[in-house]
Design a protein. Sequence first.
Length: 338
Amino acid sequence: MPEHAKPGHSLGPVGWGYSTLVSGLPLRRDEGCPVCRAMPLRDPHGAHTPAGLSVWPAGQRSPATQRRGLFVPGSGTHPARMLPDLARHAIHTFSPHRGIVLDPLVGSGTTLVAALLAGRDAVGVEYEPHWADLARANAAHAARQAGGGTWLVQRGDATRLPARLPRLLRGRVDLILTSPPYGRTMHGRVEHRRGPLTRFANRYGPPDPASLAHRGLAGIAAGMRSVLAGSMMLLRPGGFVVITVRPWRRDGVLHDLPGALAQVAIEVGLQPVQQCVALLAAIRDGHLLARHSFHQLTVTRASRAAGTPVLLPQHEDVLVLRAPTGRDHSPAPGAGAR
Ligand SMILES: C[S@@+](CC[C@H](N)C(=O)[O-])C[C@H]1O[C@@H](n2cnc3c(N)ncnc32)[C@H](O)[C@@H]1O
């Protein structure tokens, strides 16, 4: 066992690259990562914390600052982009340097950009051709900035994985990092700088049964079950799956999408590791500074005016799961490849 992997090893001062959980699993702390930097290394009693906390302060920088210079023009038209600092934190925490990161629902390509800039190779699948082209443009831009890196964006239906991805990827992916599309009320921006108050960047393509973006809760969960079942074939034994997801509100009713996805992930044979919280608010002088779009504010206000006492969401759930290691790496019944 390497020195750093000994149980009970002291985690050392700021600047260490590796730390270790008692199990010997190396977790990585990246000193350039704004989320890591916002996490204390010691608890109030002076004891070292593990490499990270289950609350990820992903909103220390504004979304615009996080994205500046990393994406090609037009990327802001995607209705549901992941925060780059959130993607970056998940990638260096749960995948090794030079590892392979896959996003089967890649959208504008945020996860690919974060992976390439972190020295990983990146694979994405996207159903809508327009977003697949955008993800390709963003991945190419990131690879240029990173001075290299291998990437692939496949236009296709991720519920049919691993078909259409190169066979050599099977059993090789270190991390699947993704987020599902969900209802209209979660998406879009509202602004008045173009004249009257208008909602924009809130649309996927026309309704299509293969797209998860037009489904209700049960349909999204069923689709994600297929996506994860196929992705299992690509994951290496012990590889990680990280899903960022919010509870979903439709017609005033809250649906537990994180719970539904955790359940389907377990059904296809993934092992739950932890459920974390990605904080979208910034922490400033010990207080939370809300970061929300005008659209989210208007939706929350309308819900309250209609008698539902909702609070402005300032977090996402982060589900962390793992493929079985070694000989356990066989899919659950009904979780086959096509
Ligand atoms: C939440 S968005 C991903 C956003 C992405 N993380 C980003 O930062 O841009 C989910 C994406 O899944 C895509 N999608 C929906 N159904 C799909 C399917 N069956 N196969 C592949 N992609 C699908 C949608 O078009 C959408 O772009």
